[in-house]
Design a protein around this ligand. Structure first.
Ligand code: TYD
Length: 142
């Protein structure tokens, strides 16, 4: 199962009229999980790389609601880099994804929708440890 879980981009519908635009998303429509938490990253200093961790339990959808940034993802499916630059595009990240967010524009607001409440214990913050855990999970599924 871990092999089939891969990151993918989601396009949210835009409800636009002559007043402007509105994007909405909710659990089990475009977001494939129950939403438990939302946080956002902004005022990021130039050159900063955020993330650099994986989560054993959480799934995420990341949306650059303003500006743009890049996200490098490493998971059982391999490594892939995504660019987020539209308020109506989200990036789904499965459990056990190592992620690095970088190249933030000065105006970037990166909103993160999560399937869990915050728990520091589900974080893997060392890339070597992450690779070992991923290998163990792969072996279990063979
Ligand atoms: P951190 O995980 O380092 O952020 P990033 O993944 O963007 O690099 O989190 C920064 C701080 O915020 C850290 O002290 C933990 C805290 N935090 C919470 O309290 N709750 C949360 O939901 C998140 C994501 C972070």
């Amino acid at each position: 199962m871990i092999k089939n879980n891969k990151p993918y981009l989601i396009t949210f519908s835009i409800h636009g009229d002559d007043r402007g635009k509105l994007v909405v998303t909710q659990s089990h429509e475009d977001i494939p999980f129950d939403i438990k938490r939302v946080f956002y990253i902004y005022n990021t200093l130039s050159g900063t790389v955020r993330g650099k961790h994986a989560n054993r339990e959480s799934e995420f959808v990341m949306v650059a609601i303003c500006g743009n940034c890049k996200i490098r993802v490493c998971c059982a499916n391999g490594e892939e880099t995504f660019e987020l630059s539209s308020a109506n595009k989200g990036l789904f990240l499965p459990k056990m994804s190592w992620k690095e967010m970088y190249d933030f524009s000065d105006d970037c607001i990166l909103m993160v929708i999560a399937s869990t409440c915050y728990d520091n214990n589900e974080y893997i913050r060392d890339f070597g440890d992450f690779q070992k855990e991923l290998d163990l999970l792969r072996k279990k599924e063979v």
